[in-house]
Design a protein around this ligand. Structure first.
Ligand code: SF4
Length: 375
């Protein structure tokens, strides 16, 4: 079982908090699509012997592509890889790109899941973040997607915004939870170096929310989602009735994936690679038949650490059996010892084979992940 991630690097404008690789040079769409085809053909062997269970078009903004361009991409993947008939095929979309017609065509082309980047239902906050859409467009896009027959809809929200009050965050969640979406990803704002938000924070023209308020907002998130029937299956991800993102679950459970497009990452269990984060250089390299990625072979310890810090984030936790079989008894002991104190304080629990974060543990997950790392 494996996944394919495609990074579509185009955005119509740049959000002030975002550190994903993106460009507004949408005029380069055709050369990019040609290069992507070439990259797919030359890298298909990376997933040799694997059935593709998930395809995820992210970015950037994949919904800047026309339907025939998206359909051609899915056709290409079906040609190059054994794609399972029940594969989860997700498109990330911006609310203002979605129209009833576009949505119907997306379904006909084979997309069966949408991840809609809403971020906020508050017009002032959307403006502050330099988002393209309004709160109303965000709301309507989810309703339109459901009306077009999408049953797998995820929405993204950001909390911990500068100046955001508890009540404002609650209002956002109430809006989100009444929509026909069965998946929610909610991330606390991070000030990434190089973004306008980071620069304004450093200049003192923008102020970080205090830690107490951030924690309160996270508590509200877990509380309201639980009451609305959502399960927190990963620290920042919530699903109704088992509607987990299969693609992202693949990342957290160590499945192989091939990343295509500028800045995309790939992983095959023993190595990681990452494509060059520049459309210009990506095009030059692909067109010259040169390698467009850097690669790192993972040591045994790095493989273990990858497993520990991704699996502890999920409701499935760390499998002691897996650690023992794959990394040996001594490593299992090291892992168990590293969380002993957190077990005593009620932040970590062991259930049968699994080491899991408790609700209090989720609140200090970063600290526990650091403690888990084998050095
Ligand atoms: S958040 Fe999404 S739409 Fe905004 S700049 Fe980043 S990739 Fe583009």
């Amino acid at each position: 079982m494996a996944g394919i991630y495609v990074h579509i690097p185009f955005c119509r404008k740049k959000c002030f908090y975002c550190d994903f690789y993106k460009t507004t040079a949408i005029a380069d769409k055709q050369p990019f699509l040609q290069a992507l085809k070439r990259e797919t053909e030359t890298q298909a062997a990376y997933l040799e012997g694997e059935t593709v269970e998930t395809i995820y078009l992210g970015g950037g903004t994949p919904s800047v592509l026309e339907i025939d361009e998206l359909a051609a991409l899915l056709g290409l993947f079906r040609n190059q890889f054994p794609v399972s008939p029940g594969a989860e095929i997700t498109l990330e979309a911006n609310p203002d790109d979605l129209t009833p017609e576009y949505l119907l065509h997306l379904r006909a082309a084979g997309f069966n899941r949408l991840s809609i980047g809403i971020q906020s239902f508050d017009d002032a906050a959307l403006k502050k973040m330099n988002r393209r859409h309004t709160a109303r467009q965000a709301f309507e896009s989810v309703e339109m997607a459901a009306a077009a027959g999408f049953s797998q809809i995820s929405i993204d929200l950001i909390f911990g915004l500068p100046g955001q009050t508890t009540t404002q965050w609650e209002d956002n969640l109430h809006q989100a939870l009444q929509l026909p979406a069965n998946h929610l990803s909610a991330y606390h704002l991070t000030y990434h170096e190089g973004t306008p938000f980071y620069n304004w924070l450093k200049k003192g023209t923008l102020h970080e929310l205090d830690e107490e308020e951030s924690l309160r907002q996270f508590e509200i998130l877990t509380d309201l989602t639980a009451r609305a029937g959502f399960e927190q299956y990963e620290i920042s991800n919530f699903a109704r009735a088992g509607a987990y993102s299969k693609h992202n679950t693949g990342y957290w459970t160590g499945k192989k994936y091939l990343g295509l497009g500028p800045s995309a990452h790939s992983y095959n269990g023993s190595s990681r690679r990452w494509n060059i984060a520049s459309l210009k250089q990506y095009l030059e390299k692909i067109n010259r038949d040169e390698c467009c990625f850097e690669q790192e072979i993972l040591t045994e310890k790095e493989q273990l650490n990858d497993y520990l810090i991704t699996s502890i984030r999920t409701k499935w936790g760390i499998s002691r059996q897996f650690v023992q079989t794959r990394f040996g008894t001594a490593m299992l002991k090291t892992v168990c010892d590293s969380v002993k104190n957190y077990e005593k304080t009620g932040h970590v629990k062991t259930e049968n084979d699994r080491i899991l974060l408790t609700h209090q543990g989720i609140m200090i997950s970063d600290e526990i992940m650091v403690a888990l790392m084998v050095v």
